[in-house]
Design a protein around this ligand. Structure first.
Ligand code: SF4
Length: 358
């Protein structure tokens, strides 16, 4: 593996070498009508054992970011600029043949639908054993023992009796446990989980998230958890990255972002989450909709919907800057010339301390 040439390029916040480092990532889709920019200047890092939640509405770019990391962008999408490093090794410029060995062995993947990851024609045991033997130097007997141990670790009861079962013989929650076992089988350094519990009911969802978090913490595995659900982020993530219109607009420790969001869009997201006390007050709704890729406005992309927008927001694009305990891309936090909040626009502030509790 090659190493990062300069320590100055490393994330200043992360003391240990980040497992994943994404720097100024830009993804474009060339079309007959011009180039669409799906991701623009996205940078973040994930430390060993850390869960970074990536949240946003449909079209914000969160799944696109995960797909760019694992080189599964839908054509004609391409990485036009920036770099992606896995444990110090640059991986965004690898040819497909060189990238294939990384998937599974160094980067595990968990998708929303477990049936995407499981082959209905093969037993769970066959799939686990094949995955293990593809990536690790194990005999058939050793791989079988390891498969049994993995199924036990992810909470499959009586694994020796389930090893020969097929995916359709498992419930949705049990299938997703098997997918987690598959993703962890080769002990990857990074797991990308894209809406891993969206298809599950709430009680199973909580169990699966707790399992994923515990197993990754025990192994020191970094997790990029992509979801539209702030509740999932609150339960699982250490830090949260909020995306909007293909850009990272806020990143910080999850508790800090939930209790005191710094970007007006995040404030709106938090204020729109129902609280446990179920009061009759109407939930806050962010006016307007996420812009289409072909119509991302100049300046701050959120300005048409922002209650604090002023002339500068329409002209100048804010980069991430220190805000609260993290960073936000908003002129309200300009250290040299902070934009004043507009009076009467406090309706988007979170209404309750426990707005995140589900
Ligand atoms: Fe709102 Fe301006 Fe901040 Fe954008 S930069 S979020 S428009 S205040």
């Amino acid at each position: 593996m090659s190493s990062i040439p300069s320590s100055a390029e490393r994330s200043p916040a992360a003391a240990p070498e980040p497992v994943l480092s994404v720097r100024h990532l830009r993804v474009e889709f060339p079309t007959r009508h011009g180039t669409l920019v799906a991701l623009d200047d996205v940078s973040f890092a994930i430390a060993p054992g850390e869960v970074l939640g990536v949240v946003g509405e449909s079209g914000a770019g969160k799944s696109m970011t995960g797909n760019a990391v694992i080189q599964l962008l839908e054509p004609p999408g391409r990485i036009a600029d920036g770099e992606i490093h896995l444990q110090g090794r640059r991986i965004d410029n690898l040819a497909e043949d060189d990238f294939v060995p990384l998937r599974g062995r160094h980067i595990g993947m968990i998708f929303q639908d477990p049936l995407t990851s499981l082959n209905p024609l093969f037993s769970i045991g066959d799939q686990l054993i094949e995955t293990l033997r593809t990536h690790l130097p194990l005999s058939e007997k050793q791989a079988r023992e390891r498969a049994l141990a993995l199924l036990s670790e992810v909470g499959i009861p009586a694994p020796e009796t389930r090893l020969d079962s097929y995916p359709h013989q498992f419930s949705g929650g049990m299938r997703q446990r098997v997918v987690i076992a598959l993703a962890l089988a080769a002990e990857p350094e990074l797991i990308i989980a894209d809406e891993p519990t969206t298809a599950l009911d709430v009680s199973v969802q909580a169990q699966i998230l707790a399992l994923l978090k515990r197993l990754c913490a025990e192994r020191g595995t970094a997790v990029m958890l992509v979801t539209h659900d702030m509740g999932v982020i609150a339960e699982t993530a250490d830090r949260v990255a909020v995306m909007y219109a293909g850009r990272l607009i806020e990143i910080g420790p999850v508790n800090a972002v939930i209790r005191a969001p710094q970007h007006p869009y995040t404030e709106g997201l938090m204020a729109s989450i129902p609280a446990v006390e179920h009061d009759l007050e109407r939930l806050y709704q962010i006016e307007g909709a996420m812009p289409r890729l072909a119509a991302i406005p100049p300046g701050c992309p959120f300005h048409p919907r922002c209650p604090h927008a002023q002339a500068r927001c329409e002209r100048e694009r804010p980069d991430l800057m220190p805000a609260g305990q993290g960073q936000a891309a908003c002129w309200l936090h300009d250290p040299d010339d902070p934009l004043p909040r507009r009076a009467g626009s406090e309706k988007a502030r979170p209404r309750r301390e426990n707005a995140h509790e589900r």
